[in-house]
Ligand binder design. Sequence first.
Ligand SMILES: Cc1ncc(COP(=O)(O)O)c(C=O)c1O
Length: 366
Amino acid sequence: MARPLTATIDLNAILQNYRYAKKLQPTCNAFAVVKSNAYGHGAIEVARHLDNEADAFAVAAIEEALALREAGITSPVMLLEGVFEANEWALCEQHGFWAAVENKTQLDWLLASGARIEKIFVKLDSGMRRLGADKAGACDLVEKLRNSNQVGEVLLMTHFSCADDLSDISTMEQLTYFERTRHQIGSIEASVANSAAIMKWAIPEGGWIRPGIMLYGISPFVGITGQQLGLVPAMTLSSKVISVRSLKKGEKVGYGLSYEALEDHQLATVAVGYGDGYARHTQSGAPLEVNGLPAALAGRVSMDMITVRFADASESFDIGQEVVLWGGNVPVENVADYASTIGYELVTRMTTRPHYHYHTVSEIKS
Ligand SMILES: Cc1ncc(COP(=O)(O)O)c(C=O)c1O
């Protein structure tokens, strides 16, 4: 009998969420952002399922792009951070990759390589102060790329710092800076929107959107779940009860004896831990479901196990009962609140240890 921890990925949910992103921005092409192993969902499996439909894929680095090609993915793949070494440009040409260019070094490497690239996205730093050129620098990059005759199309992109906070005016300021830069350049297609901007901000028509977290049915916004946004969560992390005991009021549990029973109740041990990606700092009280009933983490997360109790102390456990760690009625965003993090991190930090099951059973609504 194998360890019962399973991440079940609903590939149709991802396809549906991709279609939803395009429906929200019908004038735009859309990258499916599959970096970091498709946010822990399995980049190859996700890309294979979307390959006939996605306009293109976006990844963080050439290694991720090459892995897609090796798996037979034929759609265009874009390197969101561009190249990190000069010799990557030849590979980009060979495999038909598109790339961001955000600094003069990347440009010089490209010009020196002579590589022909179909699309280059010049990255403007509109306020994040992480990657990208300023207005004058971006205009210069665009001009030199256009004059090089090595690039089929030059586009202008930026990445917002605060699009997930609807009360923050930085997004409007960054958009204005972006549009001024675009105006100065003249005619150029735009790419500005991550999931939060696709769902909640007025973005330029045409060009390319870059949905990431929303593809996986997870919300980029604090205090609201993917389901509440009309998304379909793609991952269910589930396991089983492997041991059961009764606790008396006052008894303590686990490493550090950090959990104390405030009433008599049963305690179940479940096969999942931080070695699987269930964050160690998740606090007691984090929601989960056992046998379809509400339950909660009780005690410190170990490498391979957690201990849990039912919300209703009169309920009793049995070995083998099904436990949902997140997915279904347990939004990953709510678990993330108890781990002082965001849904992005919980799914992306999944390890290779759980069994991964892929299915396409959920109906796709148009
Ligand atoms: C440049 C860029 N575009 C798009 C995305 C996708 O963002 P999200 O997952 O919030 O949709 C990311 C992710 O970090 C990114 O770095």
